[in-house]
Design a protein around this ligand. Sequence first.
Ligand SMILES: Cc1cc2nc3c(=O)[nH]c(=O)nc-3n(C[C@H](O)[C@H](O)[C@H](O)COP(=O)(O)O)c2cc1C
Length: 207
Amino acid sequence: MQFTDSDLDRLMLLLEWRRDVRHFRPDPIPDQALRHLERAMALAPSVGNSRPWRVVRVQSAELRQAAQAEFRRCNADAATLYHGERLRHYDRLKLEGMETAPLQLAVFSLEDPETGHGLGRQTMPQTLLQSTAMAIFSIWLAARAQNLGVGMVSILDPNRIEAILQRPAGWRFAAWLCIGHPTFDDDTPLLHREGWQENDESDWEIL
Ligand SMILES: Cc1cc2nc3c(=O)[nH]c(=O)nc-3n(C[C@H](O)[C@H](O)[C@H](O)COP(=O)(O)O)c2cc1C
C-alpha cells in the first residue's frame, strides 16, 4: 500500500480538527459508524500484541447516572486544588459530555493479560496502559473521520467505576469515552480557547 501526499494532507486535517468534544447532539450514531470504531480499535498496536483493552458500551440510564454522579463527586474534589480566580475559572469549565453523548464507552485495560505472554512489558508494565491509550486514540481518529466527536473523561475514581460496572478482577478502568455528533467543530482545544492552558507549538528537543 502506497500513500500519497493528499492522504497526508487529509490525515493532517483530521489531526488538526480532532478535538476533545464535550458538547454533543443527542441523536444516535449509525451502527455502521460503531463498527468502524470497533475495527479501528482492533487495529491498534499493543505491547507483545497483547491487546489488553476491554470495552463496555454503557447504555443503561441507571449506570450512566451513577457514572455522572461519580464525575460530579470527583470534580468537586478536584476543584479543591484551586483557589480564587483559578477556582472560579475551573468551575466554569465543561469537562464532560456525559449528559447527552449518545454513545458512552467505559474502556478498561487488563492488568496481566495472558495474550502476548508477557512479551515487551517486563521492564515497563505501563506499556499495557499505553497500548490501551493508543487503541483509544484510534477510536478518536476513526470517529472524527466520520464527523463524530469523542470526549475523554478521566475525572472519575477508577475503583468506583469498576464497582459500578462490576467487571472481572484484573480489569482496570482506563477512561470513559463520550461519543456522538458534536454541536460545533473546532481546530483549537477548548481549554486553549477558554484561556485555561494554551498549546505550545512543539515539545521536541534535539540533543
Ligand atoms: C488521558 C486524557 C484524559 C482526559 N480527561 C479529560 C477529562 O476528564 N475531561 C475533559 O474535559 N477533557 C479530558 N481530556 C481532554 C483534554 O482536556 C484535551 O485533550 C486537551 O485539553 C487538548 O484538547 P484537544 O483534545 O481538543 O486537542 C483528556 C485527555 C486525555 C488524553
